[in-house]
Design a protein around this ligand. Structure first.
Ligand code: SAH
Ligand code: SF4
Ligand code: F3S
Length: 466
C-alpha cells in the first residue's frame, strides 16, 4: 500500500468533535470523464473531512472542473470565476475562508494564466495530478497560490481512493468507470491531446477491482469511459494482449453487474473483437457513440481523422451486421476551415445514409494551439449557424423516427431514479433513451420488463408487463 493511502486511512472523520466540518462545492463542466473525476476528487477530499454541499455560498472550498473543448465552454469558467470573486469577498468580510480551485482541461491548457486573469483563484490543478489535490489544497489554505499541471509520473488512479460502498450507493445504480485517458489522434480541431495528454490505459486488475467495488455498492450498469475508449489495451490475467472487447467480456462475468456501455469510440479503433462483443454479449447494450465529424473526405483529411466517409459507412455496416438492433450516435462539426457548401452536403448525405438514433453537433470553434486555428479560410459565423441549423433539423428528425419505431417494443428496463411525476420512475432504454414508467420507489435498481407505449420529444413512456 502506498504511503499516501496509509495516511489517508487514519485521517479524521468529518463531524468528529475536534475536526470542523469543511464544505466543498464542486461544479462540473464538459464530458462524462469530468463527472467521474469530480466524484473521485470529492472522495479524496472526504478523507480530509470535507463534505459536499450544493450551496456555493456555504462552501469553504469551491472547485470548478472545467472544459476547454470549445471557446464558449472555456469562457463560461471565467464568468463563473468573476461571480465567485464577489462571493469570496463577502465571506472574507465575515472572517470566513473560501478557497477557489480550477481543475480540468482549462486548468491544464491555461495553467498560471488563470491566476493572472482571475485573481480570486487560489489553486489550479490539471487532470493528471488529481491525486495530489488534498495536499495542494492544504498549501493553498496556507496562502500559497498553487499550480499543479505537470504530467505526473505516478499513476493517479493508484493513489485516488476507490469509491466506498456508502458513497457509491448514494450516487445511484449506474456509474462511470474511466479505463483509458488521453488521446494520440491529434484531430486538427481538438484540444484534448494537449489537455489530457497521451493515451494511457488502466491495468485490467485495477479496472476489475473498481467494477467489483461499484457492484458491491449497488451499481447495476457501468459505462466505461475514455477519450478513445476503444483504444484501451492491456494484458489479461491469461498473459494475452487484451483489447476493449476482451475487457468487456471479463467485466460481463461479474455477478450482479447487468449492463455495460462504453464511450467514446474512434472509428479507427473499432476492432473485430469489439464488434464480436456486440454480437455475443447480452450485457453489452446495443448502443454505440461513433463520431464521424464530417461526411466530406476532403474535410476528414484536413481534420486528420484518418478515414474516409466510405470507410466509416462500411464500418457501420459491419457493426450493424453483428448487432442489427444497434442505436448509433455521433458527433458532427460544421464549418471547419475550408468547408464548402458541397462538403457540407456530403455531411448531410452521410447522415441520411446512416440514420442516427441520437447525435451531437457543433459549430467549429477555433482553439488556440491546434493546427486548425492556423488555417486560412475560416468559415463565417453566419454560414456555420445556417449549416448547423439544417443539420440539426435532420438529426432531430432521425431521433424522432428512431423513438417512433421503439413504440410497441418490449424491453428490459433498469429503474434508476424517481421520475418527474409522483409514482413514476425513470430508467434508460437499451438505446439510452430515458423511459418513464409507473413503479414504486423500492424498485430502484430492479430490471423490469416493460412495453413502450409512447414517444415524447426527449423520452419514452412505458408500462410494466406482468
Ligand atoms: N474523443 C472524442 C470526443 C472528444 S470532444 C472523440 O474523438 O470522439 C467531443 C466532441 O466535441 C467531438 O467529437 C467534436 O465533435 C467536438 N469538438 C471537439 N473540438 C471541437 C472544436 N474545436 N469545435 C467544435 N467542436 C469540437
Ligand atoms: Fe479530440 Fe480527435 Fe482525440 Fe477525439 S480523437 S479526443 S476529437 S483529437
Ligand atoms: Fe472538455 Fe476536457 Fe472533456 S476539454 S470534453 S472536459 S476531455
Amino acid at each position: 500500500m502506498s504511503q499516501e493511502s496509509a495516511l489517508l486511512t487514519t485521517a479524521p472523520v468529518a463531524g468528529d468533535d475536534h475536526v470542523p466540518v469543511r464544505k466543498v462545492f464542486v461544479k462540473t463542466y464538459g464530458c462524462q470523464m469530468n463527472v467521474y473525476d469530480s466524484d473521485r476528487m470529492s472522495d479524496a477530499l472526504s478523507r480530509d473531512g470535507y463534505v459536499a454541499t450544493d450551496a456555493v455560498e456555504e462552501a469553504d472550498f469551491v472547485l470548478l472542473n472545467t472544459c476547454h473543448i470549445r471557446e464558449k465552454a472555456a469562457e463560461k469558467v471565467y464568468s463563473e470565476l468573476g461571480r465567485l470573486r464577489e462571493l469570496k469577498k463577502a465571506r472574507a468580510s465575515e472572517g470566513r475562508e473560501m478557497v477557489i480551485g480550477v481543475a480540468g482541461c482549462v486548468a491544464q491548457a491555461e495553467g498560471d494564466e488563470i491566476l493572472r486573469r482571475a485573481p480570486a483563484v487560489d489553486l489550479v490543478i490539471g487532470p493528471q495530478t488529481y491525486h495530489r489535490l488534498p495536499e495542494a489544497l492544504k498549501r493553498a489554505r496556507s496562502g500559497e497560490r498553487v499550480v499543479e499541471t505537470e504530467y505526473a509520473i505516478e499513476d493517479k488512479f493508484e493513489h485516488l481512493p476507490q469509491p466506498d460502498k456508502a458513497r457509491t450507493r448514494a450516487r445511484g445504480v449506474t456509474a462511470f468507470l474511466t479505463v483509458q485517458e488521453g488521446c494520440d489522434k491529434f484531430c486538427t480541431f481538438c484540444v484534448v491531446p494537449y489537455t489530457r495528454g497521451a493515451e494511457v490505459s488502466r491495468p485490467v486488475a485495477q479496472i476489475l477491482a473498481e467494477a467489483e467495488k461499484l457492484v458491491e455498492g449497488g451499481v447495476r450498469e457501468i459505462t466505461l469511459l475514455g477519450q478513445n475508449v476503444n483504444a484501451w489495451h492491456g494484458t489479461g490475467p491469461d498473459g494475452r494482449d487484451w483489447g476493449l472487447g476482451d475487457l468487456l467480456r471479463s467485466l460481463g462475468e461479474i455477478e450482479g453487474l447487468a449492463r455495460l456501455r462504453y464511450t467514446t469510440s474512434h472509428p479507427r479503433d473499432m476492432d473485430d473483437s469489439l464488434i464480436e462483443a456486440h454480437r455475443s454479449m447480452a450485457k453489452l447494450m446495443p448502443y454505440l457513440h461513433l463520431p464521424v465529424q464530417s461526411g466530406s473526405d476532403r474535410i476528414l483529411k484536413a481534420m486528420n481523422r484518418r478515414h474516409t466517409a466510405a470507410e466509416y459507412l462500411a464500418l457501420v455496416e459491419r457493426i450493424r451486421a453483428a448487432q442489427p438492433d444497434l442505436a448509433l450516435s455521433g458527433d458532427f462539426i460544421v464549418g471547419f476551415p475550408g468547408e464548402t457548401d458541397e462538403d457540407f452536403e456530403d455531411t448531410m448525405r452521410l447522415v441520411e445514409g446512416v440514420g442516427y438514433a441520437q447525435a451531437f453537433s457543433f459549430k467549429y470553434s477555433s482553439r488556440p494551439g491546434t493546427p486548425g486555428a492556423e488555417l486560412k479560410n475560416q468559415v463565417p459565423e453566419d454560414v456555420k449557424a445556417k449549416r448547423l441549423e439544417k443539420l440539426q433539423i435532420l438529426l432531430t428528425q432521425q431521433q424522432r423516427d428512431f423513438a417512433a419505431v421503439c413504440v410497441g417494443r418490449e424491453i428490459d428496463l433498469l429503474l434508476e431514479k424517481p421520475g418527474r411525476l409522483a409514482g413514476q420512475l425513470v430508467g434508460r432504454s437499451p438505446w439510452l433513451q430515458p423511459v418513464n414508467v409507473d413503479a414504486k420507489q423500492s424498485q430502484i435498481g430492479d430490471i423490469i420488463r416493460v412495453r413502450i407505449t409512447k414517444a415524447g420529444s426527449n423520452s419514452l413512456f412505458a408500462e410494466m408487463i406482468e
